[in-house]
Write a new protein. Sequence first.
Length: 180
Amino acid sequence: MNQRWIKKRLGEVCEISSTLVDPRKPEFINLLHIGAGNMISETGDLVDIKTAKEEGLKSGKFLFDRTMVLYSKIRPYLMKVARPDFDGLCSADVYPLSPDTTQLDRDFLFYLLISREFTEYAIEGSSRAGMPKVNRDHLFNFTTYIPPLLEQKRIVVILDEAFEGIDRAIANTEKNLANS
């Protein structure tokens, strides 16, 4: 970390989109819906995504767009975070986070939210009877050092390449195991 990195609370560099919509309305019924169950831990991958109509959704859902990062507030130790490349709906158990693009790169926010540092912080503030859950105040009080935007973008390129290499290694290992 160098001197140009600035200490910020997450609430200073992003916000939660809180546009609640009725998924049964014609303008929303064909949008894809993401819930915590569609998010694969630690990877950002999404699975089994269906439209609001296909799922028969009835209760209000949050609208998100491709500029946002989705963070599952349920069981933070699972590290369920996604950066969808489409607009859609998400369940109330998912925070649709909009980064302030003058301070925070969307992809950098994604990696920040799956970092061990953030996950440990989220776990500390999520203990409650029943199901562990991160509330909005705790989420936004997370404090870390944020590099300048150009440096964030360079870091993201390095992390994307590293994760792609890991994915290739896993796929090759699984293929080798299947062949043996």
